[in-house]
Design a protein around this ligand. Structure first.
Ligand SMILES: C[S@@+](CC[C@H](N)C(=O)[O-])C[C@H]1O[C@@H](n2cnc3c(N)ncnc32)[C@H](O)[C@@H]1O
Length: 213
């Protein structure tokens, strides 16, 4: 094995490759959301911005809310802590898009129960969480970067709040995991790298959970 450019203790990029292009994990995350675009409708809550709500929901979205942890952010319409009680009524949302956020909440069981509470019966959680990832330094220093997930832990976590209507899948392989840890951009990889799933390299764990009607 010739390690070449990767034979260094320093990564190619320290910021998930965002300084080089698209972060590698965004490809499986966005493919997952695209497959479930029909769920993005009605009242939708997303974290940090409404990018995916707009892209995947389009005209089917009647209200696009944006959640930010305190003290809030530029686009926030809801400021609250998923580790506490969100300032949102029970049964408000048809869809919650919770991408790459749960790892920043220590009490993940509480956070999932809180998302379940604010979904209306029949409402859908579209969740993605990191499996294999470097630390997100900005988030670590702000609120804490606490967890990495597997399909098994995500299944158990969601089943506790949602019961039976939970589907969990993982995406990744050793090439994607290596590239992501090094901070290479998706554009630097061949397209076939994204088409092979190796169940022992869970780069991203994705889940769809429905609140019982
Ligand atoms: C990297 S963004 C994730 C969402 C983004 N849409 C994405 O797909 O990457 C991290 C977000 O987590 C939110 N966050 C961190 N801790 C939180 C908490 N305890 N409760 C609610 N949101 C939290 C922050 O407001 C921040 O906007």
């Amino acid at each position: 094995v010739a390690l070449g450019d990767l034979g260094s203790v320093d990564p190619v990029s320290t910021v998930f490759g965002l300084d080089r292009g698209t972060a590698v994990d965004r490809v499986p995350i966005e493919r997952f959301l695209a497959r479930h675009a029909a769920d993005v409708r009605g009242n939708v809550l997303e974290v940090a911005d409404s990018l995916y709500t707009r892209r995947f929901g389009g005209a089917a979205v009647s209200r696009a809310d944006v959640l930010h942890a305190p003290p809030g952010g530029r686009d926030a319409t809801v400021v609250g802590d998923l580790g506490g009680r969100l300032p949102v009524d029970d049964g408000t949302y048809d869809c919650v898009i919770l991408t790459q956020t749960l790892q920043f909440v220590f009490d993940v069981g509480h956070a999932v129960a809180e998302v379940h509470r604010i979904l209306r019966p029949g409402g859908v959680l579209l969740l993605t969480v990191p499996g294999i990832s470097q630390i997100s330094r900005v988030d670590m220093d702000r609120w804490g970067d606490f967890w990495r997930f597997t399909t098994r832990s995500t299944e158990r976590l969601l089943a506790e709040a949602f019961g039976g209507d939970v589907r969990v899948e993982a995406h990744g392989n050793v090439l994607l995991a290596t590239a992501f840890l090094q901070g290479l951009a998706a554009e630097e990889l061949p397209s076939w790298a994204f088409d092979r799933e190796d169940r022992d390299y869970e780069l991203v764990v994705c889940a769809r959970a429905v609140r019982a009607a």
